[in-house]
Design a binder for this molecule. Sequence first.
Ligand code: FAD
Ligand code: NAP
Length: 246
Amino acid sequence: MSEKWIETRVLENRHWTDALFSLRVEGASLSFRAGQFVRIALDVEGERVARPFSFVNPPEDPVLEFYGIVVPGGPLSPRLEKLAAGDRLYVAPNPAGFLVLSELPQAETLWLVSTGTGIAPFLSILRTEAPWRQFRNVVLVHAVRHARELVYQDLIADLKRQKSLRYVAFVSRESSPGSLAGRIPAAIRDGRLERAAGLALDAAGSQAMLCGNPGMLTDVTAALAERGMRKHRRRAPGQITVESFW
Ligand SMILES: Cc1cc2nc3c(=O)[nH]c(=O)nc-3n(C[C@H](O)[C@H](O)[C@H](O)COP(=O)(O)OP(=O)(O)OC[C@H]3O[C@@H](n4cnc5c(N)ncnc54)[C@H](O)[C@@H]3O)c2cc1C
Ligand SMILES: NC(=O)c1ccc[n+]([C@@H]2O[C@H](COP(=O)([O-])OP(=O)(O)OC[C@H]3O[C@@H](n4cnc5c(N)ncnc54)[C@H](OP(=O)(O)O)[C@@H]3O)[C@@H](O)[C@H]2O)c1
């Protein structure tokens, strides 16, 4: 069956670095839940090339926002990075995904743990009222290779000020004052992440959502399992919900 694509227009393509970009597009009215993704597409040599992208915007915002990285040689991402205002972008009509707060059991602290572009769905969630109603504490953890990849700092500063968001950044490939060094799993094991957030990360009081690099998802899940936390499933409630970007 042929798919009904929605034709949208690029309003803005913000470049954070040579490889990181945020696309804002208008022309699609989509119903979705914060944390979900949708397939976006371009026509390349006569073929429509589509990939899933998480929404960065909250559901009520009519302008859709996507945050991406150029994967050199990738079929779609280098072309997305080159889009400019007025260009066409196709968006699928059917958002999907289970990285949503309505799936989570009650807990005191919500940990949103991301690498790279995996921060995208958490920014959408943090722009809604739900996390602040559902949890006493909310922690955003973002790990990147280089400090210049710590994006959306204005939004994060507003959330820290207005909503008491706790934010812990990791920079793994250079030293960066104000950020933790190394990788998230090591900092869970040696207690640095809890100290930086000022909160306990444990099965009794925490829900963790993980998004980004599949290696990080595996390694963080293993580190959390050492604390008695396990994957959350509807039929077997736990504390860990994951979404892999590749
Ligand atoms: C549910 C879901 C949501 C996603 N949301 C986003 C998003 O919000 N932003 C985004 O940039 N990507 C996201 N992705 C990845 C995205 O769909 C593409 O894979 C990515 O844009 C690269 O596309 P490509 O066609 O150039 O290369 P692909 O052929 O799709 O990927 C080639 C390789 O690039 C690497 N790669 C893919 N995506 C990433 C990434 N995000 N960061 C680092 N390395 C990567 C992997 O090694 C992958 O095997 C998501 C993927 C899934 C499954
Ligand atoms: N076009 C360009 O100029 C350009 C520039 C940069 C990247 N890229 C492309 O983008 C992709 C990389 O994206 P990305 O920068 O988001 O990279 P990433 O490899 O996902 O790294 C992001 C963060 O996750 C960490 N990480 C990786 N594996 C982990 C694991 N198993 N457990 C815990 N943490 C882990 C990394 O730490 P470590 O540093 O320790 O791995 C880093 O801090 C590559 O495909 C690359 O080719 C392109």
